[in-house]
Design a protein around this ligand. Sequence first.
Ligand code: UD1
Ligand code: UDP
Length: 353
Amino acid sequence: MAVKSLKIITIVGARPQFIKAASVSRAFACEEGVDEILVHTGQHYDENMSAIFFRELDITEPVYNLALGGGSHGQMTGRMLEGLEAIYMKEKPDAVLVYGDTNSTLAGALAAVKLHIPIIHVEAGLRSFNRKMPEEINRILSDQLSDLLFCPTRESVKNLKTEGVTDGVHHVGDVMYDATLHAIERTKNNSNILEKYSLADKPYAFCTLHRAENTDDPERLASLLDFLEQEAKTRQIVFSVHPRTRKHLQECGFSPSGINMIDPVGYFELHTLLSHCDLVITDSGGVQKEAYFHRTPCITMRDETEWVETIQTGWNRLWTMPDWVGSRDQIPDYGNGDAAHIIVKIILDRFRS
Ligand code: UD1
Ligand code: UDP
């Protein structure tokens, strides 16, 4: 008997979403009768913030690219809503799939719910409990609108329950872990990058910073840089500088001393750098967990984190904490590297039954 065909529109726009979608799209490709239409909102557009991930992770070219990067939150989200609505009306998908917590996530979900299209949210239920973060608003609203909610951790399931969201909720593990295993397999024996940055055999910390709450306030940015300069006295620091951060550093005239500032690196270079460093310093959601995936301690440059299990197990600490807590235990929540396959199976069961 022929399988019922299924048309899914996947929305991506920002760097972390290309990586998450790569794992799930790979799992979709193993299934018969699934027509996945990839839509890029264009939120991230530089070569090393977008195209490089498509190339490295073998992601098929987006069918639509709205090229809507830049502008304020309202402008960006509004323009995305208009563009996505037109695509949904033309394509008439069975469901829309959104990832994470960016403006592209919210626009993707909001445009779908108004047209009564079911929404699937991968990386649901994370909360920082800080409503000043744009991501927190995007998450709360996207979760409220979604029909299938795929949670990476037990804590995220609990957060949804507290908000009264229980239908369609599944703890499946973290697709970023799937992606990391894929990258490790593809980057075996690739240490050219260490020579490129003169890092071979030298202890170093790998750093990223890009959160609006860290970059947009010059006083806060200055105190984060002070912290980095202190760390730089004990080991080298390689700092992959996000375009948002580059812009604010330039505007403030800041050039921290003793820190090797590099352009954002591709996904494979990132994993090589993470696998050889002895400390990670970051405000990125993804990089906090990738530090754990490589069993490297992490200092998170934020006042809270959604990934509380990394703190509880002693792999991560906030920069405001004097020390690590816990005994560096394994974190079972993130799964076995098959989260994407579990997600696809649940989607097929739901939409084909
Ligand atoms: C966005 C997400 C954030 C996510 C991050 C991943 C929202 C609200 N924020 O933050 O949750 O952690 O992506 O990296 O959706 N820019 C470029 N080139 C690019 C991309 C951005 O120059 O390819 C510059 C532009 O000046 C742009 C600024 O960076 O205005 C900020 O980009 P934006 O997408 O608004 O937010 P991010 O800080 O990247
Ligand atoms: N990343 C990368 N190169 C870099 C910095 C980050 O490939 O120079 C990858 C890394 O895998 C990370 C992902 O991009 O998990 C998303 O990171 P980002 O910090 O942009 O977003 P967040 O996870 O905070 O939303």
